[in-house]
Ligand binder design. Structure first.
Ligand code: GUN
Length: 283
């Protein structure tokens, strides 16, 4: 292996310790940062995600509430609940776990969250703030990727970053964050005719498709930095990312593993956003 591992667990531990210290400082001023996590229905993956988010809050000293509702909850009841949380001064961040049941318009629910409490960074106001370089919450997964690049002192200025995937949650905000740091950015997606021709030019590759082996060793320029946002299962049922880790690690300069890479960073940045939401109403 030639690549250095960017260890998301280790970086998270450091950043979460910093969050915990800032939480204590805020508590001394009389404010305990609070996150509300809303789960509708019983999607098993979502249940694991929300449990991990609530536990991470507790470990860092934040207040968190997990509100679980039946899959039959109506859209108007959910909108009313979000409005209740908007008005609740003990809650600084609101996270409605996605996906929502099919009868609920997820975007409508996200737009009902006060932008000041949108710690997921999914609200149109947050997306617009990111696009224009204004202050606002950044979506946690691409924000975590940026922190991973920062952790290796990577200077993006003048570099070519290729993002594979164009989701609103990862691909598009990732591209904007890289652009803000003066990278030249290419977004590739399912209609890109020659993905390999693009990735071979990249100094930084972010794979965020949700499909195994989207990036293989023949597609990576020696010395490139590879961030793997994927979360898939291999034939043996083991967690794996979008990148063929065993191959790509032989040519990349740095690579993130799955598990233990971007995943823990997503929750870490949720804690950071929630803390900063609380700090901004306390100052
Ligand atoms: N579902 C999968 N990832 C996420 C996330 O980061 N936030 C929310 N709200 N739902 C998700």
């Amino acid at each position: 292996m030639t690549a250095q591992l960017i260890d998301g667990n280790q970086l998270s531990k450091k950043l979460r310790a910093e969050v915990a210290a800032r939480v204590q400082a805020l508590k001394a001023k009389g404010t305990t940062p609070g996150l509300a996590v809303v789960l509708v229905g019983d999607n098993p993956a979502s249940q694991v995600y929300v449990r991990n988010k609530v536990k991470a809050c507790e470990d860092a000293g934040l207040h968190s509430v997990l509100e679980k509702y039946d899959a039959t909850m109506t859209e108007s009841d959910l909108l009313a609940r979000v409005e209740g949380l908007n008005q609740d001064p003990s809650i600084h961040g609101i996270l409605v776990q996605l996906p929502l049941p099919a009868h609920i318009d997820g975007q409508k629910v996200i737009e009902a969250i006060s932008p000041a409490k949108d710690v997921d960074g999914f609200h149109i106001a947050s997306a617009g703030a990111l696009m224009t370089g204004m202050p606002g919450f950044w979506p946690c997964t691409p924000y975590g990727c940026m922190m991973m690049l920062e952790s290796i002192d990577y200077d993006l200025k003048g570099k070519h970053a290729v993002v594979i995937g164009r989701s609103n949650i990862v691909g598009k905000p990732m591209a904007l964050m890289l652009l803000q740091k003066n990278a030249t950015v290419t977004i590739c997606h399912s209609a890109t005719p020659d993905l390999k021709a693009m990735t071979l030019q990249a100094d930084v590759i972010v794979a965020a498709v949700g499909k195994r082996n989207v990036l293989t060793v023949d597609m990576v320029k020696p010395g490139a930095v590879v961030l793997d946002v994927g979360m898939n299962r291999n034939d043996e049922g083991k967690l794996c990312g979008d990148v063929d880790f065993d191959g790509v690690k032989e040519v990349a300069s740095h690579i993130t593993p799955v598990p233990g890479g971007v995943g823990p960073m997503t929750i870490t940045m949720l804690l950071v956003n929630t803390l900063e939401a609380a700090e901004s109403v306390t100052k």
